[in-house]
Design a protein around this ligand. Structure first.
Ligand code: GDP
Length: 444
């Protein structure tokens, strides 16, 4: 499980705040030690951990509690925001040349997945409608050239290769000329990977860079190497000047140190991540999603936040009052589900509900369908029934009528009614009100 250890390390921090009513310097001391330990165990570099913990502590005691939010929830949110910041905030897009081919130069040590990334990246760009060409620049390993040719075929992208009896800078020059002739949109150059950094490697890369004048120089690093990856990015940046990193093998049981440290340590963003051996397994690096994964919980707080953004302020206050007093009715239910729909795709919101992190497209379609079903049943209710869901819980006759009018089954109506009562309880809990509401049984 990716980040598994980090996630559970952080969990013990939140748990220590259960039952607290505010965040103070004193009561966060222990949780902050847990956070510090969890990050160090995830192989995040010490200076980064120090700054991180400081930033989180300052905010935790410096800001008042958001209304309705428990201290432990608020700390989760602060940690999440800081994690996102640590990883560079926004997604860092690939840059493209304004005219002529975009040139991407890939560098990296041996075995990190560089050759694989060449082909993955070509496929990724091809899917965006760009024509690509690969240049086989690892002239010291015939096997690497063969591998690139095979992968190129696999993804349907031409590979420019000229054997091993040629200097990297020369094949770079020839390959680029060829790409210009063919009017290719993006050229991706593979380079020799060594087992460790040496002067020869750096000099060669500098020369290739001079020849290609690349739009992107990306260092491929292996996530399994933790903070070492961040140090490598720094070294390559200082030596040859790079534009970013590609982090591979994030699907393994990487502890997270690399993903969390690269930007902060080197100043260079992670642009893409490899998450498997298949050619399709390359995607942009989204700091926000990554932070969500690290925390390992559907993002309750951002769900609440987004809900509040969408609903007008007085609606939100009204709703909160109703939730607190368990008066949440079908009108609110309808407003809420419509607000959720307005928030964008239902899928995104579903992803934020705890325990529902992994949702398949089929499940999303199912959810969207059931939203429509719900709406039609609520529309068949009288105003009185909408305001007093108890009426429906008590009367099978009413439920039958609604079923007929909306063209749904009585069972579906019953389900909707119990769902509302369950939602009351869940929302109350969400708002941090612990006096439990009970589920009324349906009378027949
Ligand atoms: P290079 O020496 O840097 O060119 O590395 P290769 O591209 O030959 O990859 C080395 C090994 O790592 C191969 O077995 C790849 O299949 C594997 N690999 C590359 N990227 C990933 C990834 O994102 N996830 C996993 N699980 N394996 C990867």
């Amino acid at each position: 499980e990716m980040f598994g250890q980090l996630t559970s390390g952080l969990e013990s921090a939140w748990n220590k705040l259960k039952g607290e009513e505010v965040l103070t310097k004193e009561n966060i001391a222990e949780p902050m030690r847990d956070i510090r330990r969890a990050l160090l165990e995830a192989d995040v570099s010490l200076p980064v951990v120090r700054r991180f913990v400081q930033a989180v502590s300052d905010q935790a005691v410096g800001t008042g509690l958001i209304r309705g939010v428990r201290p432990d929830q608020q700390l989760v949110k602060i940690v999440k925001d800081e994690l996102v910041k640590l990883m560079g905030g926004e997604v860092s897009e690939l840059a493209f040349a304004k005219s002529g081919p975009t040139v991407i130069l890939l560098a990296g040590l041996q075995g990190v997945g560089k050759t694989t990334v060449c082909a993955k990246l070509a496929l990724y760009l091809k899917k965006q409608g760009k024509s690509c060409m690969l240049i086989a620049g690892d002239v010291y390993r015939p096997a690497a050239i063969d591998q690139l040719v095979i992968l190129g075929e696999q993804v349907g992208v031409p590979v420019y290769a000229a054997g091993t009896e040629i200097k990297p800078a020369d094949i770079a020059r020839q390959g680029l000329e060829e790409a210009k002739k063919k009017n290719v949109d993006v050229v991706i150059m593979d380079t020799a990977g060594r087992l460790q950094i040496d002067k020869g490697m750096m000099d060669e890369l500098k020369e290739v860079k001079r020849v290609l004048n690349p739009t992107e120089v990306l260092l491929v690093v292996d996530a399994m190497t933790g903070q070492e990856a961040a140090a490598l990015v720094t070294t390559f940046n200082v030596e040859i000047g790079i534009t970013g990193a590609i982090l591979t093998k994030l699907d393994g049981d990487s502890r997270g140190g690399a993903a969390l440290s690269v930007k902060e340590v080197s100043g260079k963003p992670i642009k893409l991540v490899g998450r498997g051996e298949r050619m399709e397994d390359l995607e942009p690096f989204y700091p926000d999603r990554m932070a969500g994964r690290v925390l390992g919980m559907g993002d309750v707080l951002s769900f609440v936040e987004k809900a509040q953004e969408v609903m007008r302020q007085e609606d939100a206050e009204e709703l909160q009052k109703k939730i607190m007093s368990a008066k949440f009715d079908f009108n609110d239910f309808l407003k809420q589900t419509r607000a959720v729909a307005r928030m964008g795709s239902v899928s995104r919101v579903i992803g934020m509900i705890p325990g529902m992190g992994k949702v398949t497209p089929a499940q999303i379609r199912e959810a969207e369908k059931s939203l429509k079903v719900m709406e039609s049943m609520i529309e068949a209710m009288t105003p009185e029934e909408r305001e007093k869901p108890e009426l429906l819980a008590e009367s099978a006759t009413r439920r039958k009528r609604i079923a007929q009018e909306s063209g749904k089954t009585e069972q579906q109506v019953s389900q909707l009614v119990s769902q509302l009562f369950q939602m009351r309880v869940r929302m109350k809990n969400l708002m941090g009100v612990m006096e439990g509401g009970s589920l009324p049984a349906l009378n027949n």
